[in-house]
Design a protein around this ligand. Structure first.
Ligand SMILES: Cc1cc2nc3c(=O)[nH]c(=O)nc-3n(C[C@H](O)[C@H](O)[C@H](O)COP(=O)(O)O)c2cc1C
Length: 225
């Protein structure tokens, strides 16, 4: 079992953050988490979780959503709690994940700027050369965004964009979210069955009965509107 730090920022994609925290816990890991001030607004808007000013209520809000039986395996800290364990390299972690990672946080951590607990946890991961996974979300990317990502990748961060594939024929939003979350867990080497694993193209006449959903044209006339 390892303890992972999941930083949540004001980028879009908070269903990924929730699913990632849930998957880490359900796959036997421990989670520390914190949400930036901008992230508090997007968390409330996208998934209806009210973490309160500076994220002081994030722990109770997550327990209300994910279950209150996790005890100390799930710890949440306000964004200004720079005294919290994730601020120090002496507190060992299995890795730091920022999901979703806004372009603002991406820019700041790319130059070693630590204005809140999420950014400090990234700074620690970089200085200690620990596993760091950033899940950026923006479209399109500017040259500044791309240069910041390149700088961080060269420092050892894994840039794992929130861009799910369609080759596993997703049917639901959960399928799309799980595709990204499964890739994060794989990067962390956390054994998991989150998201479909590619087994090669099924022969056309064997699609039925293999558990692979049939292909669906999103522009088909009978699509739900
Ligand atoms: C609804 C909403 C969606 C947003 N989506 C994104 C996004 O996908 N990517 C991004 O970089 N910023 C996005 N932003 C803007 C960031 O929240 C903003 O730049 C903020 O200052 C980032 O702060 P942080 O990095 O401290 O979380 C969004 C803001 C709102 C309100």
């Amino acid at each position: 079992m390892s303890r992972y730090f999941v930083g949540i920022t004001g980028g879009s994609g908070h269903p990924y953050a929730l699913a990632l925290i849930r998957a880490l816990l359900e796959n036997g890991q421990e989670v520390d988490t914190s949400v930036t001030e901008a992230g508090v607004k997007v968390l409330k808007h996208e998934v209806g979780i009210d973490a309160g000013p500076e994220g002081v209520n994030l722990g109770s809000a997550l327990r209300a959503r994910l279950g209150d039986h996790w005890g100390e395996r799930l710890r949440a800290f306000p964004s200004k709690a720079i005294e919290a364990p994730p601020s120090s390299g002496t507190a060992l972690t299995g890795g730091v994940i920022v999901c979703p990672c806004s372009m603002g946080t991406l820019a700041r951590v790319s130059v070693g700027f630590s204005s809140n607990l999420v950014e400090r946890a990234v700074d620690v991961a970089l200085k200690e050369r620990r596993t760091l996974v950033l899940v950026p979300r923006e479209a399109p990317y500017s040259q500044i965004h791309l240069e910041n990502m390149l700088r961080l990748a060269r420092l050892g961060a894994v840039i794992l964009p929130a861009s799910p594939g369609f080759y596993h024929r997703p049917r639901t939003m959960e399928d799309l979210v799980d595709h990204v979350v499964g890739k994060v867990l794989d990067t962390l080497r956390v054994p998991n069955a989150v998201g479909a694993r590619w087994k090669g193209l099924p022969p056309p006449d064997e699609d039925a009965g293999t558990g692979v959903p049939p292909p669906r044209d999103p522009l088909a006339e009978d699509r739900p509107r």
